[in-house]
Design a protein around this ligand. Sequence first.
Ligand SMILES: Cc1cc2nc3c(=O)[nH]c(=O)nc-3n(C[C@H](O)[C@H](O)[C@H](O)COP(=O)(O)OP(=O)(O)OC[C@H]3O[C@@H](n4cnc5c(N)ncnc54)[C@H](O)[C@@H]3O)c2cc1C
Length: 306
Amino acid sequence: MHVQDIFQSHPTTFSFEFFPPKTAETAESLYETIRELESYQPHFVSVTYGAGGSTRELTHELVVRIKETTSLDPIPHLTCVCHKEAEITAILERYAQAGVSNILALGGDPPKGTDYRKSDDAFQHAADLVKFIRKFNASGVHPDKRGFGIGVAGFPEGHPGTPNRLLEMDHLKQKVDEGADYIVTQLFFDNRDFLDFRDRCELAGITVPIIAGIMPVTSLASMKRMAELAAGARFPARLLRALQRCDNDTDAMSRVGIHHASEQCRDLLENKVRGIHFYTLNRSDATKRIFESLGIKHSRFAEASA
Ligand SMILES: Cc1cc2nc3c(=O)[nH]c(=O)nc-3n(C[C@H](O)[C@H](O)[C@H](O)COP(=O)(O)OP(=O)(O)OC[C@H]3O[C@@H](n4cnc5c(N)ncnc54)[C@H](O)[C@@H]3O)c2cc1C
């Protein structure tokens, strides 16, 4: 379903993010996760695109498999990094033919260990990709006459590439002005950062839905990985203190992280968030426990009380 229709008919959306599996074994465990999370009836799920397009085929395969074999609505991520116009066109054509309704348009993480040069990319910033998808939409190739719905990324604590936060907001506004339908944020651990970001977007004249990215800390290793991947993410002292009290007990740390994320979700719902997007890391347990803690049986049930 086109995201405009999703947001029009649902005051609060719930969505899950997966990454494409690299081996047959991890694929099986991911499909198990997907089956378990399907019962929550998320409004959509999204599938990441490896740094530098490294999972181009795997992302496509997973998106099509989800679409064909489950009741879920998959949104593929697509990035500027390492791509020429013709490649992006080919990818969009395949998704259009497969009846995929939406795309998350991103700058993309640069590939590691290569002599990558940004200047070789056809699209320098996500805004250029959004503009290109809009042009593609006008070509009439997509079965929906509006073409793809388009999402973009937002960074409540700021993107490390642009320390000037006023300028960064201009860049975000540009993505929306080029035609983005919604914003999904980087993970954060302090809701004040998200709520202030939402206010700043409003002041900048950004009116599209902004959905909050949530990822619970489940271990010390997961926290270190998040600090690396979501560069600049702030780990509040309150959370760190609670984790420290666990004295390296992995189960206790997981409970603390999930409790923290559940409290974040509860507070976001109180603050009329437009949607919550769970970074699942292809596991279902943490997300299930957050839903249980919120007393939510499935996404459609939640919105009745929103
Ligand atoms: C929800 C979400 C999902 C993600 N999924 C993936 C994924 O699947 N694959 C992947 O590789 N990465 C993914 N990422 C990471 C993301 O691609 C990187 O963080 C990237 O550095 C920023 O992406 P962007 O779309 O915001 O890029 P952009 O909007 O292009 O911004 C990147 C930087 O360029 C600056 N900028 C933008 N426009 C201009 C301009 N006109 N002039 C000068 N500077 C400008 C911005 O301020 C920012 O600092 C994801 C991030 C998020 C939040």
